[in-house]
Design a protein around this ligand. Structure first.
Ligand SMILES: [Zn+2]
Length: 76
């Protein structure tokens, strides 16, 4: 399947997932204010991941109905 919108949304999602992981990895080694900053960063990235994931699912529901039905069918 080649869909430019899927590629874009998936790229966005993966970007925020990796930013989230980086931020989380920084937390244990950080002290005081740094730890707080990294924790806030991780939380922001987590929300961005969530948004990106929702955007991808919304796009699938509209443009790739068969994918969503297939995913639901195979998980049932
Ligand atoms: Zn698509």
């Amino acid at each position: 399947m080649s869909c430019v919108t899927c590629d874009e949304l998936l790229k966005d999602y993966k970007f925020w997932v990796s930013r989230f992981k980086d931020a989380v990895l920084n937390i244990p080694g950080a002290l005081g204010d740094d730890a707080r900053v990294f924790a806030e960063q991780a939380e922001r990235c987590r929300l961005k991941c969530n948004d990106a994931g929702c955007a991808l699912m919304a796009h699938w529901r509209h443009q790739h109905r068969n994918l969503v039905d297939g995913a639901l069918a195979s998980s049932a």
